[in-house]
Design a protein around this ligand. Sequence first.
Ligand code: AMP
Ligand code: MG
Length: 417
Amino acid sequence: MNSLPTDPCQGGLISLDDALRQILETISPLEATEQLMLRQALGRILAQQVSATFDLPPFTNSAMDGYALSLTGLQPGCSLEVIGRSMAGQPFNGRIKQGQCVRIFTGAPLPEGADAVLMQEDALLEGNRMIPQRIPSQGENIRAAGGDVRQGDIVLGRGKRLNAADLALLASLGHSWIQVYQQPTVGFFSSGDELRPLGEPLTPGTIYESNRYSLHGLLADLPVVGTDLGHVPDRLEIIRQRLEQGGQNYDVILSSGGASVGEADLLGEALRQVGDMHLWRVAIKPGKPLLFGRIGKAWFFGLPGNPVSVHVTYSQIVRPALWKLAGAPSFRPLRIQARCGHDLQKIPGRLEFQRGQMIQNPDGELTVFSLSGQGSHQLRNLSQANCYIILPADSTGAKTGETVLVEPFTCQLPSHD
Ligand code: AMP
Ligand code: MG
């Protein structure tokens, strides 16, 4: 375990599925845990199984404002004596007998002897007597103790990412502290002589670098701690140093640029000198070259330099690997079917991730459009996109109205009306 796969693509192209499978088989979760206060655990991965030490609701209570009563002997037209009140937090302590009822409010404990709650809209009050306007059924408007969770039930499993509902569930079971996995640390840097940091003027042939801003934003969605390690020029010695430092200080190192086999593509060479590496040529478009390796204690992913390729290789390869390291091994992006709003072109060969815009009509039907300009440098289209349209390697495109596979970036879509 944890040794790199030997020659993963035999010098040729490797499919995304194979690349991902081999990477996920190679890495294992970090497993270090920490105890956090409940609020701080939002978005973190649960490192313990949680079982209920008591029932939820803990006691049988009313689901409505109304009257708790006994159905025994209850006849249409009869009236019941109101013998007290049961409020949320202030129970009625007596017992209801035949011919009696108790004024009750939502969440208040059901008095002994009651087997239904008549909602107040169905009750007529005359002095201290209540005349039911209809006869409720057995158990009506009653929330049974344990009707949500039974004592001993496992309510949350190890590896679950804690969301708002999970925090609420844990709070209702009395957990003020919770054991979660420590977040993997991810150091990232960019490489390339042409790149300039923000704030400096551009000189001929230079561009502002953007990939570190992409990675900053992409990592923010995951339970990891991202650290920007800056930029390196195309100089082997400097790249080597950055990698070696990273290998001592981070669980994962990400780089962008310099990852293919051009003259200035030095990441592979540097990695070979300081660690263990493979150049992968993953059969996806955009984003073919990818380096995967190990330096010191860190896993290394060398992403391509083209800004859109960074997003695609990150989302398809790095992200599942980070989820596994973080302790949530079963991550799978949501992929759904949508109808093409127009004809899609594709050259057969590689699995393609086109940047698309998906809209939803009022009936919930989804239609997707491929944005014009699918170059791997075209950031404006990536910014306008809300999904990838995933076209299989052998596909030649799709016709208007045909369904295609789509991976949404978020669950919120513009509506179409
Ligand atoms: P490379 O993979 O280094 O050959 O870079 C491929 C393309 O991506 C080139 O056009 C680079 O200028 C561009 N590029 C590389 N790194 C960045 C970056 N950090 N920000 C913006 N563009 C980049
Ligand atoms: Mg470069």
